[in-house]
Design a protein. Structure first.
Length: 41
């Protein structure tokens, strides 16, 4: 059963959490930079 489950989900929850965190960080940086550009003009 464990093998079948791992085959069904190749990525572990920890990895998805890391990916989500990186995406959130990237989004935050992009938003802050956009805001900064709008404020600069």
């Amino acid at each position: 059963a464990k093998n079948w489950n791992s085959r069904l989900k190749p990525f572990n929850p920890n990895e998805s959490k890391k990916k989500r965190a990186i995406m959130a960080l990237f989004f935050l940086v992009a938003m802050s930079s956009l805001q900064f550009e709008l404020l600069g003009r």
